[in-house]
Write a protein that binds this ligand. Structure first.
Ligand SMILES: *Cc1c(COP(=O)(O)O)cnc(C)c1O
Length: 491
């Protein structure tokens, strides 16, 4: 193939970005595609209908030597990439925790990508820092939390929780782990972290990452409704102290991943205050329910915690990724992570917040913009209305399950999550498990709905989560019909 002069769709001039004409063409096509996609994502099957390797096989093994036309790249996005997409924006997406990348959030993401700023220091884009502080303070007020919480945005709840555990370690007097580390020290007791049996795996991963050791995450038994039993917590802390171990932190969960159960935070806070333990609250999914006045109570006691994580990218219509971490002790978080090399020191504005001081990462993208757009575009009342609608949809499914022979709820229905199973009269528990799993597989394979599963009390359960703004009541009714149809076909 002959290598010709720079074709018109290549860089406008050597070393430059796309020419104005090509930029216009690509941006215009992309925004038109986005508009049409968000208008109706349900034209695609919700679950990607591909086998492992199907996508990779279509991708050249080595990179192109010459630049390619944006039109060709966008063609391949549609032809190769889209078939391998599981459509989280699809109204039939009811698996895991359903989410929404709302239009205001998507627009903000486009603008943030265009600005391409890095908010590591206040001066590297004052708006990044100041909008982050303001948007997180708006969210704090919406959640009904007291003033005095300091917020910082991370990519995920997993990172937020890990940082909280690092702060808990820094807060404990006498350990001096920041300077001296943990290895080879005979003066260091075993450090213990407590969370319920139903806690998210990110608690365990955080403890593993920080070098506490997985064995030192103590999983506290739960009650019949999957909530941590505070008396068991107190008991384990006392036993560990008697063994010479050092209890450090407790992670309480508001909205567990399996069944959305809510740990009794006020009782856990009592234990933490008495025992001087750092209390971190993982409200990644369900915390935003507190924006709804009649659900405000789910964050009762949280104002007594040391740190909190809530994920706007889960149930607050904000595109992935945006996890809001709050702490009432920002000085401790900063002490754990601030480390300023000479080339990042600034003499001016000594009193500003530099967000790089509150975590591991230096670089910080402009995530606050999308949260600010989302809150402004829907308003608090619009957000409340949408959350209420999702909770009502979950109640609708729960009602059908309660009143239909063979179907049972596997956990109390909380927020917008319903866990259930199918066991017709006369079937054993094991047969019920097999049947419930087969129903789930059949529904998912049809492409209109995606649900996920869990195990509760060691029995298989389908998890149906409502959290997508595009999911209307008729979708929820159709999902119930499809579940019943699958059950009828399989029995
Ligand atoms: C989803 C979830 C997490 C993990 O969230 P990431 O942002 O994906 O790390 C942690 N805890 C709970 C309770 C969750 O529901």
């Amino acid at each position: 193939m002959e290598v010709s002069a720079t074709p018109p769709w290549r860089a406008g001039s050597s070393g430059a970005d796309l020419s104005a004409r090509d930029a216009h063409g690509a941006l215009d096509r992309a925004t038109r595609w986005i508009e049409s996609y968000l208008g109706d994502p349900s034209r695609y099957p919700v679950l990607a209908q591909v086998a492992p390797g199907d996508i990779a096989r279509q991708l050249p093994a080595s990179p192109p030597e010459l630049g390619e036309a944006m039109d060709d790249i966008l063609d391949d996005f549609e032809k190769i990439v889209l078939p391998g997409i599981t459509h989280w924006q699809h109204p039939g997406f009811m698996g895991y925790f359903a989410i929404t990348g709302s239009v205001p959030g998507v627009v903000a993401e486009m603008l943030a990508a265009a600005l391409n700023v890095n908010g590591m220091l206040w001066r590297t884009s004052p708006s990044v820092t100041e909008l982050e502080e303001r948007a997180l303070d708006w969210l704090r007020q919406m959640l009904g939390l007291a003033p005095g919480w300091f917020g910082v945005i991370n990519d995920t709840a997993s990172i937020s929780t890990m940082l909280a555990l690092a702060a808990a370690r820094e807060a404990m007097p006498g350990l001096d782990i920041r300077m001296r580390g943990m290895a080879g020290r005979f003066d260091l007791p075993v450090l213990r972290v407590y969370a319920s049996e139903q806690c998210h795996s990110s608690v365990d991963k955080g403890a593993i990452t920080l070098g506490f050791g997985h064995d030192n995450v103590v999983h506290i038994p739960v009650d019949a409704d999957f909530r941590m039993r505070p008396e068991e917590l107190a008991d384990r802390v006392a036993r560990d102290r008697a063994l010479g171990m050092l209890p450090l932190a407790v992670v309480a969960t508001v909205g567990t991943t399996s069944s959305a159960s809510v740990d009794p935070v006020p009782d856990i806070a009592d234990v933490c205050e008495r025992e001087r333990l750092w209390l971190h609250v993982d409200a990644s999914y369900a915390g935003v329910a507190a924006i709804v006045p009649e659900w405000r109570h789910v964050l009762a006691g949280v104002d007594r915690a040391d740190s909190l994580v809530v994920n706007p990218h889960k149930w607050l219509f904000t595109p992935v990724d945006l996890s809001a971490m709050y702490t009432r002790r920002p000085d401790v978080l900063r002490r754990a992570f601030s480390l300023v090399p000479e080339y990042l020191t600034t003499t001016e504005h000594a009193d500003v917040v530099n967000l790089m001081d509150y975590g591991v990462q230096l670089g910080r993208r402009f995530r606050a913009l999308k949260l600010w757009f989302v809150i402004r575009a829907f308003g608090v009342s619009g957000i409340v209305e949408r959350l209420r609608d999702h909770i009502a949809s979950a109640q609708f499914i729960a009602e059908r399950i309660r009143s239909t022979e063979g179907w049972t709820l596997a956990a109390p229905v909380r927020f917008s999550l319903v866990c259930f199973r199918y066991r017709p009269r006369g079937a054993t528990d094991a047969e019920g498990d097999r049947l419930t799993a087969a129903i789930l597989e059949r529904v998912n394979s049809r492409g209109r709905f995606l649900m996920s599963h869990t195990r509760l009390n060691d029995r298989f359960a389908i998890r149906l989560a409502i959290g997508n703004m595009r999911t209307r009541r008729h979708h929820v009714e159709a999902a119930w019909d499809e579940l019943q149809l699958a059950a009828a076909e399989l029995t």
